[in-house]
Design a protein around this ligand. Structure first.
Ligand code: 3HC
Length: 695
């Protein structure tokens, strides 16, 4: 059955698309649209047409899944032209999210009416694309060049009332969209079609494009679709509509074929896959989470509490020191104040949020709490003590979560008599900003506790990724390989600022040495002291350990790998550190050499990839895409490279394997023995994306 149907309502023909979940413009939808428009046009009784969608949204865009397959007719730009060419007025009725190709179809219609809650947008840039079905030529005609650039370069949605003010829609209604759309269709029937292609593009000063280019060069860091979007809009101002569309099509196809778009599309789908966990489905019962307690009011605890308060949950925060608790509450207040200052929150939101916060240091008060999140000191004895107290006081069914970043969840659970209720909820700093939540299942964690944690992540607007228990879980375990190579490169001859610059230019949000100073070199130092299985290697994190030992903890002490002027967050290279590193290389008998950018990138990134392969082999991650999501959302891995595992697939695993073997031969097997999974896939011509977890 076609997902597009035509129903006649007196003089109005109503075309309805019903292609769940988001009415994407897959081939059957495109074919159905052509057919229904032709039928309605030919029907002598029909005087005007309404195009609307069933389900939760108007068309949310082209079907992104089709982009990896050969294109199939009819093509979207032709559909939009066909609708616009219709001799009878066509009214688009928008609800939900009219995005991408969806908005392009709507702009091909002669009138647009939207329900107040609808949103419109051209988010293609987020997928490494540009609007490829005349969006870059139509939007400037409707909304003006400046607004069109803003919408397409940000990719962010516009609420219907704003779309009305910008001229993108003609009318906004509060309810009963279908009736209002039919009324509008009756009102305009008999009028000649009003076509966006015939509108002029309002003249602009050419400096608008220069300004947009310079903003993009500064912010888009190596992404190439933003510059192409600007070019298309510029063409809308100086080419005919048809020539502009033709040029847009060529640039769209270039973007679609690019590795950047492949990486971004992979990230889009991988983020949606993470919620799919074997053994958990819509029937899995959920535990109620109507109250939260956070134990530990440090930076992390306060950030977690704020994230929960922002999700409208009542939160009790505890700390064993009074000053610590006061400081934590002050931090939460500051976060609310900052939200108000930035215009994200109203005064009323702040008052209501703070009213949901309570404090204390008596465990008994947690008896009725649904979810307790421990965010105390990273020390197993401290954590066990807390969990044993929680076990004593919390009601049956409370979820007992730890925010540990490296420690063994099973060991923590062993301090209770209810290991099934214990889980890791690993937030990333700053907890109210970072979207990632590693959900760490212990050996005994109950299925409903995992399902509830996934739901909780959604409630906090975070991406929950379920991972297995094991040192550092997924993210931090891989970080150790990445950081190890950074540290070895320092000793072998690469300066901290050189390594940081190379990896930043490659796309990482920050270089590893700047990250270390931001997080605090004392943090990693303490964690390494807790580990019993550190490699037997005097070079291992040698520079970081020396600096931490000297009290050079990073930004917070004004000195770390870099030097910080008072109040400044950007460090400058410190000759003392360079001398210390050179001295250490000498002591360890390491001959310093010049190291090129390619080696820095390959050693750090393949350090990640090889550890990622071991994590898959060990069953700690369910799929390579989960690893990618973790690194993109928790560690600043460039989204357009799709995450470390997707990046390796894109390079080709045979090439990755060959380089890893080269490193093994040059630097030894201790760190560079290729994992069997990588070796096997490279030999078979396979990719990580084909990996299916066993058991
Ligand atoms: N194509 C194919 N599948 C899509 C899709 C699309 N455009 N948009 C969403 N989906 C799928 C998701 O993968 C997910 O599938 P799953 O249930 O199997 O995991 C399902 O639809 C629901 O999506 P979400 O989980 O994201 O649902 P939400 O309600 O949270 O969000 C949404 C809905 C706001 C529409 C969001 O999905 C979204 O932003 N989608 C992408 C929109 C987009 O980028 N459109 C432009 C596409 S490119 C284009 O149109 C090119 C053109 O210019 C030629």
């Amino acid at each position: 059955m076609s997902p597009v149907s035509l129903l006649q309502d007196g003089e109005v023909a109503v075309i309805t698309i019903d292609n769940p979940p988001v009415n994407a413009l897959s081939q059957p939808v495109r074919a159905g649209l052509v057919r229904c428009i032709a039928d309605a046009e030919q029907d002598g009784q029909v005087r005007s047409i309404v195009l609307m969608c069933a389900g939760r949204t108007f068309i949310a865009g082209a079907d992104i899944r089709e982009f990896d397959r050969p294109p199939m007719e009819p093509h979207l730009p032709d559909i939009v032209s066909r609708i616009e060419a219709c001799m009878k007025p066509v009214v688009a009725a928008l609800h939900g999210t009219a995005f991408g190709g969806g908005l392009e179809v709507a702009m091909g219609c002669h009138y647009r009416i939207a329900v107040e809650t609808a949103q419109v947008g051209l988010p293609e840039v987020k997928l490494g694309l540009l609007p490829g079905a005349s969006g870059t030529q139509r939007l400037p005609r409707l909304a003006g060049v400046q607004k069109a650039l803003e919408i397409m370069l940000s990719g962010d949605p516009l609420p219907a009332p704003e779309a009305l003010a910008s001229g993108i829609v003609d009318r906004v209604v509060q309810t009963d969209l279908a009736t209002a759309a039919i009324a509008l269709a009756l009102e305009v029937s008999g009028r000649p079609p009003r076509r966006v292609r015939d509108l002029p593009v309002a003249a602009v000063d050419p400096s608008v494009f220069e300004q947009a280019r310079s903003n993009v060069a500064e912010r888009a860091r190596g992404l190439f679709s933003p510059a192409k979007i600007i070019r298309c809009v510029e063409m809308a101002t100086d080419l005919s509509f048809d020539a502009g569309c033709e040029a847009e099509r060529q640039l769209f196809l270039e973007c679609k074929a690019s590795p950047q778009s492949a990486g971004l599309r992979h990230a889009f789908f991988a983020e949606r896959e993470t919620g799919k966990v074997p053994g958990i489905d819509g029937d899995t019962p959920l535990r109620p989470v109507n109250s939260v307690a956070v134990i530990g009011a440090g930076t992390m605890g306060a950030g977690i509490a704020y994230a929960c308060l922002s999700a409208r949950l009542p939160v009790r925060i505890m700390d064993n020191s009074r000053e610590g608790l006061e400081q934590g509450v002050a931090t939460i207040r500051e976060l609310f104040d900052a939200g108000v200052k930035r215009g994200k929150l109203s005064d009323a939101d702040r008052t209501a949020g703070l009213a949901r916060l309570s404090t204390g240091n008596d465990y008994e008060s947690l008896a009725d709490t649904d979810l307790v999140i421990e965010a105390a000191f990273e020390n197993i004895a401290v954590k066990k003590e807390i969990f044993s107290a929680l076990d004593r006081v919390c009601k049956p069914g409370s979820i007992l979560a730890t925010n540990t970043s490296t420690l063994d969840i099973d060991a923590i659970a062993s301090a209770t008599n209810r290991a099934a209720d214990v889980i890791g909820l690993h937030f990333f700093s700053p907890a109210h900003v970072m979207r990632l939540l590693e959900i760490v299942r212990g050996r005994a964690t109950a299925t409903d506790v995992i399902a509830t944690s996934l739901q909780f992540a959604k409630r906090l607007r975070k991406i929950g990724v379920v991972v297995g228990n094991g040192f550092g879980f997924v993210g931090n375990r891989m970080l150790y390989s990445y950081g190890r190579e950074n540290q070895l490169l320092l000793l072998e001859g690469a300066a901290p600022e050189v390594i940081d610059r190379v990896l930043y230019d490659w796309g990482m949000a920050m270089g590893p040495n700047a990250v270390g100073d931001l997080a605090g070199l004392d943090v990693g130092y303490r964690i390494r002291r807790e580990r019993s299985n550190l490699p037997d290697d005097p070079r291992y994190y040698r520079v970081a350990d020396l600096l931490a030992g000297m009290g050079r903890f990073g930004q917070k002490t004004g000195k770390g790998m870099y030097l910080y002027e008072k109040g400044s967050r950007s460090g400058v290279p410190d000759p003392e550190v360079q001398a210390l590193i050179e001295n250490e290389s000498k002591k360890l008998g390491i001959v310093r050499r010049s190291i090129d950018a390619a080696e820095i990138i390959d050693r750090c990134i393949y350090g990640l990839v090889t550890e990622g392969a071991r994590i898959l082999q060990d069953g700690i991650a369910l799929r390579p895409g989960d690893i990618d999501v973790i690194w993109i959302n928790g560690y600043g891995f460039p989204r357009h490279r799709g995450g470390p595992m997707h990046y390796a697939d894109a390079v080709g695993l045979d090439r990755v394997y060959a380089r890893v073997c080269e490193f093994r031969d040059r630097f030894g097997a201790q760190y560079w023995q290729p994992p069997p999974l990588l070796e096997q896939l490279a030999r078979d011509g396979g990719t990580f994306s084909q990996f299916v977890a066993s058991g």
